[in-house]
Write a protein that binds this ligand. Structure first.
Ligand SMILES: NC(=O)c1ccc[n+]([C@@H]2O[C@H](COP(=O)([O-])OP(=O)(O)OC[C@H]3O[C@@H](n4cnc5c(N)ncnc54)[C@H](OP(=O)(O)O)[C@@H]3O)[C@@H](O)[C@H]2O)c1
Length: 294
């Protein structure tokens, strides 16, 4: 084990927890592991980790305690009985949850004299420890800065979002929403071209190129959202309307579900009916922002 590397404990050795522990081992951190179901630590112990025989022993082994389990309830069930052992340590919770859960757990940790960072992992287990792995953190800047060297072992994209521990969870679901919309768009497209006997693999290169272009469209849209000036520099909402109708027509003609396209049409029609026909697509953000923006 590398001299001077912060000892780390990983609690929860599911698919993600095992990947996290492997990355800490690869970074030469003295690594202690614990899991509810015994046996999941074996591969890690063989790779050099210390297998703790109790949660209390696992927590006491390291100043940095990383927990990654199914949900917050599981984290409380594990840590609740040994919470006194957390005093003076940093708890880094990489379990997925909501911002309210993250804020509540930060308070719970503070009551026990423990530091707290909440993280969201934007990567699957095989990518943990690579330069591409993005892990988002919220919590006190000085706490993050002090532990950044150890946390960087988990991925090149180690990002501190700010002092608010709830922010990582909000970014997490926001980014996942983009992912699912994109997945659904691709599945719909694959079904459309597939109905003309075009294999998805043939369509894929153009789809990927198109996504790169679409990503670039977001730059002016983000600026327009922030300034509230939706002057179209690319296409007006009115211009979007006919192609959306074509997508619906082509889908229906093939017996393909057009619900997502119909939803898009409803959003555009709503904005046009509100007098925004000549604005850019960014105007649609108002549909998702019912409260007046500050
Ligand atoms: N996998 C991914 O691609 C991915 C990506 C981003 C974020 N995440 C997040 O990472 C977290 C873990 O995911 P995973 O993929 O590792 O899931 P997983 O393979 O299903 O592992 C779940 C872990 O939670 C533990 N657990 C569940 N209920 C428990 C309880 N009541 N008490 C104690 N331990 C309990 C399990 O212990 P046992 O072994 O004893 O059942 C296991 O260690 C989740 O919050 C997930 O959303 C996962």
């Amino acid at each position: 084990m590398g001299d001077g590397r912060v000892p780390v404990t990983v609690i929860g050795l599911g698919m993600m927890g095992r990947a996290l522990a492997r990355a800490f081992l690869a970074g030469e951190h003295p690594t202690t592991v614990w899991n509810r179901t015994a046996g999941r630590a074996e591969e890690l112990v063989a790779a050099g980790a210390a297998g703790a025989d109790s949660v209390a022993a696992a927590v006491s082994a390291s100043p940095l305690v990383v927990v990654c389990v199914r949900d917050y309830q599981a984290a409380y069930e594990i840590l609740g009985p040994v919470s006194d052992a957390l005093t003076g340590r940093l708890l880094v919770n990489l379990t997925s949850g909501t911002s309210a859960q993250a804020r509540a757990m930060a308070g719970w940790a503070a009551e026990r004299g423990a530091g707290y960072l909440d993280g969201a992992i934007m990567m699957t287990p095989p990518g943990i420890g690579t330069a591409e792995a993005v892990i988002l953190y919220g919590g006190p800047s000085e706490t993050f800065a002090a532990h950044r060297p150890a946390l960087t072992a988990l991925g090149g994209g180690t990002i501190h979002l700010g002092a608010d521990v709830g922010l990582a969870s909000v970014y997490d679901v926001a980014l996942l929403g983009i992912m699912w919309s994109t997945f659904n768009g691709f599945m719909h497209a694959a079904a459309l071209v597939g109905s003309e006997n075009v294999p998805a693999t043939t369509f894929l290169p153009l789809a990927r190129q198109w996504l790169t272009g679409v990503a670039s469209f977001l730059t002016p849209y983000a600026e327009q959202i922030d300034t509230g000036d939706y002057t179209a520099s690319d296409a007006t909402l009115e211009t979007h309307l006919s192609p959306v109708e074509h997508l619906i027509e082509e889908s229906r003609a093939r017996g393909i579900d057009a619900t997502a396209a119909e939803y898009t049409k409803r959003l555009v029609e709503e904005a046009v009916a509100n007098g925004h026909a000549l604005d850019s697509y960014a105007r649609i953000v108002e549909h998702f922002t019912p409260a007046p923006r500050a």
